[in-house]
Design a protein around this ligand. Sequence first.
Ligand code: RB5
Length: 148
Amino acid sequence: MQDKIALGSDHGGFELKEIIKKFLEGKGIPYEDYGCYSLESVDYPDIAFTVAEAVAAGKHPFGILVCGTGIGMSIAANKVKGIRAALAGDCYSARMAREHNNSNILVLGGRVVGQELALEIVNAYLNAEFTAGRHQGRINKICQREGC
Ligand code: RB5
């Protein structure tokens, strides 16, 4: 597995994705950008599936997806087996998404959260770790349901 974080957005999340890229660069965290690459309109499921499949295949430890609300990206990414995409609008939820849910994709709403808060959320997510314990059995139930 590479250390690179997989990034993706549609046009509604493009600007925030570019800000997240600069933030990661400042922290020396490598990433791979799966698009989109401009404000031109694209379909969020195309990007969500590409990023989610790369994460599910073990190519990246985590992904970050951004669309306008974060809802479309969440719905689409969670269709991919093995993906636990978490839409977070606050730092507590972002941390819990890792600690309790072992989430592997963070989703943000580029038209919902401010840029400063979004970066705090990214930081909280990337610095948290799955605590396993009683939460592992719950994840196992999700995996069994998926047929992982
Ligand atoms: C695009 O206009 C918008 O629908 C998309 O970014 C997202 O919010 C969908 O959930």
